[in-house]
Design a protein around this ligand. Structure first.
Ligand code: GCU
Length: 604
């Protein structure tokens, strides 16, 4: 998008000789969403959730009509072929596809409008915060464009202190979920492309200098020393800062420097967070002009040789893949209730880890998982066919990485940053881009495991050969394999052989499984074409057999918890637009394979 816009602007500029100043004014106006302040829920906020007026714009003509100006007739001959008044209303947060039948499969532009009242105060700043908008968001305030954001799964904000009016204001958001070839994800992905303002929207009022960011987690490899920082935003950069943990009677004092940054290092006899004991401490971060509180846990996670260690002890990762979809509503999940629904099922299955695929899920999901004692695997939508040769892609990846880690770095529940999924084949562009991304991730946060998920293995003569170039940059050898479904067994599962290029690294089966339509008995259970539970169950039985042959196996993660929507799954009887590899149907029915895994996790 940005590249075409630039090409168009350059053409106008050079052809029509538009004055340079105007050119730069347009550039300035194309401001990217700012990286959001963290922990918005504990801020002084006014929610803009609720009903928003919308204009559905299948042709995209709204851009040409300049919908954001909301022109009104001035004289008798005037008329304008759009208006927010009298049109449909959509709920925010929420995807638009599940809210209106005519939008069921819609990929295009929907214009959203919300009015709010504000009293301007001279010593206050104001921010417009979005939890997530899928995919492209162009944001306008009172008819003026304030910026854009690309990417459907991470937060962004705009400072509107100098733009907001005393009294009634109107926010208009042009939301477009059209797939982008050089997007993240790209054109093809096996999940439903829910569009809309899918997470919270809020006005956040702060003082002139506020606590923008902080990082309070254990130092890598330590069990009781915190190494962190606090970042202030505003003119009064140098301030006293206190970190208070009342339950531990801990009060740590420090100062920010002229950049508003304070480094933190303090120790305490923390009760460490673990699935058995998901201990969180209420922490107050206080400066002279602001204070925020958070519930933070402390745990160490690392790889030592072929083992994954949590708090210094080896742990087997009993995981399941989860898409951010409320199966009962067939809608994008976002609320605490949605999170509890999905996570309770994972708990019931016996999991200690949830792989949240293939994009950062909502803060509600991460925080609920942490409270429930579920470790979290958070992943970027660098999924399968990514245009690594496109010069805009690396900065998009980096932008999403920054936003993901910034929002969630204080969540001790998160143990893995997963930077890509199935980006095979290995090309120079791919490897260069992903190696760079890995380095950036390490700079941002080296206290967690960093992983690239692969499916590049060779499986011949009942032997797996693992040699992806990305393993070198990955803390786990993470494999997606669908032996028994997409690929038939080539021998007894219990005789499977393994050739690992990195025999000293832990191996994690990040995806395996097969499809079944709950209750399907349209044909013999030993034939795939009838989507029977018996066929899926057999796949699981065989996979568990094979798991006993894997050296350094540190965990397994069935694909996946619930059947979920994916438009490419088109069999009219067995799939109906659903990927049916769930252990649970979209109504929560337990398939036979569910009991196989539950028993397996129960023994582990
Ligand atoms: C892939 C991929 C998933 C996909 C699954 C499947 O491995 O990572 O996103 O849904 O296979 O084919 O069902």
């Amino acid at each position: 998008m940005k590249k075409n816009k630039m090409k168009m602007l350059r053409k106008i500029f050079f052809k029509k000789r538009i004055p340079a100043i105007l050119f730069f004014f347009i550039l300035l106006n194309n401001v990217n969403g700012q990286t959001a302040m963290i922990n918005f829920q504990s801020r002084n906020l006014a929610s803009l959730n609720g009903d928003w007026n919308v204009i559905i714009d299948p042709t995209g003509i709204g851009e040409w009509r300049q919908v954001w100006l909301e022109k009104k007739p001035q004289k008798k001959t005037d008329f304008f072929e759009y208006s927010f008044e009298g049109g449909p209303v959509l709920k925010v947060p929420g995807d638009f596809n599940s809210q209106m039948r005519e939008l069921a499969y819609f990929e295009g532009t929907v214009w959203y409008k919300k009015q709010f009242h504000y009293t301007v105060k001279k010593d206050k700043r104001l921010f417009l915060y979005f939890g997530a908008v899928n995919y492209m968001a162009d944001v306008f305030l009172n008819g003026e464009k304030i910026g854009s954001h690309e990417g459907g799964f991470t937060p962004f904000q705009f400072e509107i202190t100098d733009k907001v009016k005393d009294g009634v204001n109107a926010v208009i958001v042009k939301v477009n979920n059209t797939r982008q070839e050089n997007g993240l994800p790209g054109l093809g992905y096996d999940w439903f492309n829910y569009g809309g303002i899918t997470r919270d929207v809020a006005l956040i009022e702060t003082g002139n200098t506020f606590i923008e960011d902080y990082y309070i987690q254990l130092k890598k490899g330590s069990l009781n020393t915190v190494l962190g920082r606090v970042q202030l935003n505003g003119r009064e950069a140098e301030q006293k800062v206190e970190i208070k943990i009342p339950e531990l009677n801990l009060l740590y004092k420090t100062r920010t420097n002229e950049q508003g940054v304070a480094k933190l290092e303090f120790s305490s006899n923390f009760e460490r967070w673990s699935p058995e004991n998901p201990k969180l401490y209420k922490i107050i971060i206080k400066s002279e002009t602001d204070s925020v509180w958070d519930d933070i846990g402390f745990r160490s996670i690392e790889v030592q040789g072929d083992k994954v260690l949590l708090n210094g002890k080896p742990i087997f990762l009993k995981a399941v893949n989860i898409h951010e979809e409320n199966p009962y509503k067939a809608a994008r999940a976002y609320s605490k209730e949605d999170a509890a629904l999905l996570l309770n099922a994972a708990k019931e299955l016996g999991c200690n880890l949830v792989r949240l695929v293939h994009y950062p899920h909502s803060e509600n999901m991460i925080k609920e998982a942490e409270k429930m004692g579920l470790m979290v695997w958070s992943e970027l939508p660098v999924y399968q066919h990514i245009q690594f040769a496109d010069s805009s892609v690396p900065s998009k990846m980096e932008g999403m990485l920054n936003e993901m880690i910034r929002r969630d770095k204080n969540r001790c529940g998160i143990i893995v940053w997963s930077l890509s999924n199935e980006t095979y084949p290995s090309t120079t562009n791919r490897d260069k881009a992903l190696v760079e991304l890995t380095k950036k991730c390490k700079v941002l946060d080296s206290s967690r495991l960093i992983v690239h998920v692969t499916n590049s293995q060779r499986y011949a003569n009942n032997t797996f050969e693992m040699a992806d170039t990305l393993y070198k940059y990955s803390d786990l050898v993470s494999i997606n394999e669908y032996i028994g479904w997409y690929i038939p067994w080539q021998g007894k599962p219990s005789d499977t052989k393994w050739k690992l290029a990195y025999p000293d690294k832990p191996v994690f089966i990040s995806e395996f499984g097969g499809e079944a339509l709950y209750g399907s008995n349209y044909g013999p259970a030993d034939e795939a074409a009838y989507w029977t539970e018996g066929y899926q169950e057999k796949i699981y039985i065989d996979q568990l057999e094979m798991f006993n042959t894997i050296p350094n196996l540190s965990g397994v993660c069935p694909w996946l918890l619930f059947d979920y929507r994916s438009s490419g799954r088109m069999h009219p009887v067995y799939q109906k637009g659903y990927n049916r590899k769930g252990l649970l149907s979209e109504r929560g029915d337990k398939k036979k394979a569910w009991y196989i895994i539950k028993k397996y996790f129960g023994k582990k």
